[in-house]
Design a protein around this ligand. Sequence first.
Ligand code: CUA
Length: 185
Amino acid sequence: MSANAETIRTAMHLPAEGWDDRLPPTKKKWWVFFWAYNLVIALIALAWFWIAPNNTIPEKHLATSPAAFRAEVQAFVEKYETAPGSKVVAVPAGEDAYLMGQMWQWYPTLKLKAGQPTTIWLSSVDVTHTLVLRGGGQHLIFDAVPGHKYGVTITPDQPGEYLIYCAEFCGIGHQDMAGRIIVEP
Ligand code: CUA
């Protein structure tokens, strides 16, 4: 240690002399190897987006705003709610559904028909939430991002109640942010 280092009060040791020297030529091939390796891994990760099974890619993407999306969801709920105040909405054939993420709930509860393709418009009105939809061996994940709405078309094949929850930490109530999607025969 130099005299200068004695005056610096720190819990860490100073790095060894020469730590910032250029890499010696004999070690360059490792540098090239690691960067090439990283590139291959990154390309596989990108390719996986298209080649992996069970990947449902959002089909439509539109700009929106939290206020505009909330209004769309509200109009949809008022139109198709099964009973006033139930927050359960039966989606008719050929109609799009809306699902709103907000701290800390998924709104409303959607009731879909088995075998019927439905486009679910998904967005958030506050912070980013991540929708996880589980059931029937499927594990679908979509981000709900304020200012964007994603139209995801799914065709549920098995009747039942499916758990949905949030997989993006979104505040103190994140762990309670669960809901369900009901699929009728
Ligand atoms: Cu919403 Cu975590």
